[in-house]
Design a protein around this ligand. Structure first.
Ligand code: CP
Length: 304
């Protein structure tokens, strides 16, 4: 693999290698000296055409922990606002001798499009409603860390599946690693093609939670809703929101995940998000090690 544009392109062996490499890097970043000199000769550009907190900071920290040189680009404060195209923008940045590009973009397929047109490695940090591969890898890493394996584990992804790149990348990743996947949400937020991917579909949250080992609660992506949101947020939280009463009423202990940012009180209440069954902050912590692994493995293919 020369680029990381989606989980769909990876084999189970590729994913296993990334997760195992991330385990090594997690040990490194828990040492007093958190850096390794591996990528001293590599320059990385982080191009963000869409807002981000976790992914952007996590990539930048991962790159710095690997001793790469890092430049950050935010479309909102760039010449994109004067009409410069994506390819012109990237080629101008690459002419400054950049080896690897991390890009978040609102258009599905943007990372793949870029990877076919520029002379640099490309990592997709989220392309519209399509894929968010490093999120799926850090989610898989976090589940494996908690449960020892992904093989045979049952994971339900709850919420706005229709607009979620996290859902699609997670479905590909979990299935490739032998987990069973269910999606749960209102019919308006579950795409028709989902059953063809071999996932179960459930519209009752309690039944979904009774089935699963892990519940990944997604954010309602109001910024991507081009029709008036149905059901309303209030109706959504009543039917699909996870609160402590529901969590405690299950006859088993499940793991609760969320990719962030959280709409507290909509898809998950604060007492669940902050409970000891939630691994939300461990996911964020693991994101740095997983991104170090992805960058390190791709950079090893750069002729130097
Ligand atoms: N999980 C995630 O992608 O968060 P950000 O949008 O803050 O990067």
């Amino acid at each position: 693999v020369e680029h990381l544009t989606g989980i769909k392109d990876l084999t189970p062996a590729d994913i296993e290698l990334i997760l195992n490499t991330a385990e090594t890097f997690k040990q490194v970043i828990n040492r007093p000296i958190k850096k390794v000199p591996s990528l001293r000769d590599i320059t990385i550009a982080n191009l963000f055409f869409e807002n981000s907190t976790r992914t952007r900071l996590s990539f930048e920290l991962a790159e710095k922990r690997l001793s790469a040189d890092v430049v950050n680009f935010s479309a909102a404060s760039s010449s994109v606002k004067k009409g410069e195209t994506l390819i012109d923008t990237v080629n101008n940045i690459l002419s400054m001798k950049v080896d690897l590009v991390v890009m978040r973009h609102p258009n599905p397929g943007a990372a793949k499009f870029l990877s076919e047109r520029v002379d640099a490695r490309v990592i997709n940090a989220g392309d519209g409603t399509h894929e968010h591969p490093t999120q799926a890898l850090l989610d898989a890493f976090s589940i494996r860390e908690q449960l020892g394996t992904l093989e045979g584990k049952k994971v339900v992804i709850v919420g706005d599946i229709l607009h979620s790149r996290v859902a699609l990348s997670n479905i590909y990743c979990l299935q490739k690693m032998g987990a069973e996947v269910m999606v749960c949400g209102p019919t308006t937020l579950i795409p028709k093609y989902i059953s063809a991917l071999g996932v179960k579909v459930e519209h009752n949250l309690r039944r979904a939670l009774e089935w699963c080992d892990v519940a990944n609660m997604l954010r309602i992506q109001l910024e991507r809703q081009d029709i008036k949101f149905f059901p309303s947020l209030r109706e959504y939280s009543m039917q699909f929101g996870l609160d402590k009463q529901l969590l405690d009423s299950l006859n088993k202990r499940i793991i609760v995940m969320h990719p962030g940012p959280i709409n507290r009180g909509v898809e998950i209440t604060s007492d669940v998000a902050d409970s000891d069954q939630s691994i939300i902050l461990q996911q964020v912590e693991n994101g740095v090690a997983v991104r170090m692994a992805c960058i390190y493995l791709l950079a090893s293919k750069i002729g130097r």
